[in-house]
Design a protein. Sequence first.
Lengths: 114, 225
Amino acid sequence: MVSIINVAGFLLGCYFLLQSYLLVKEKKEEVTDFLAWSIIGLSLLVLTVVPQVGDALASYLRISTRANTIFGLAIFLLYLIIFRMNTLNRNLYRQISVLNEEIALLKYERENRK
Amino acid sequence: MKPVAVIPARNEMDTIGDVVAEVKKYVKDVIVIDDGSTDSTMITALKAGASVVSHPLNKGVGAALRTGYRVALQNKADVIIQIDGDFQHDPQYIPQLLDEIEKGYDMVIGSRFLNPSHKHYNVTRRSGIIFFSWVANLVGSLDVTDVTSGYRCYRASALAQLSLLSDRHWALEQTLEAARKRMKIKEVSVEMPVREKGVSQFDLRTYILYPFRMVECVVKVLLFR
């Protein structure tokens, strides 16, 4: 009997694979991101299509249920993603500040030369 | 000794012209840093005779001061006077600040707490300044009463030794770093009325975030400067 969560997981896995491929094709995403999301998408597909993999993983990690295993791993992965995105965001903010200053000074020097 | 005045301003078209005119009585070179104003601050400052550097985006007082220091140092300033564009900082105290630099101090801070003018500020703001000054004195072995004051004067050679300012909430960080680098810091009494025109940068969100930013400043200076 296929449960709703299996279907949702399967659809989400397909979405990650297809969407990240299309984004790279449209040059809106890097290949590295495509590979990362493809791995996540494929993992979701495998876990939903072959539930025994989830059971084996749960047993290995000594977590009581397959669902807890998947959620636990997903949360761990989210922490890593958030940390990385936060670092990138801070760096971008700093770079915008630097550019803001440089543009202002270039305009000022150009006006002074007139 | 060549003094240069740096005035960070955002949407101060009502006061910037008068501020520049008054500052020019004491300092020949006046630089206004327009931090992404949406009104005619830049044009008003230009008409008053200041040099104006205009940020395309609003990034905060610290960012504006960073640009101002850079231009002042490029202009071979020996002394940099920092004054707000909203007329809270009366330019009549500029000679007093310059005198202290001539006596050998590296940083001179204009303090509203050395005279009764601080009593016109609301309790929250006053308590915040008193608390942050206490933290600065404790961490930096200082004796300041108004660490958040933006009315300052620096010896250019000393300023060049300090790290680049953060975009926002720069005052505590800069003062602590100056203290750790054993710079000579002096406070002078400056009357600072509550601003009458324009919009203050202090809103509820700022007050709520201030303690966290203070912790960030202290950690930054103690561990990384």
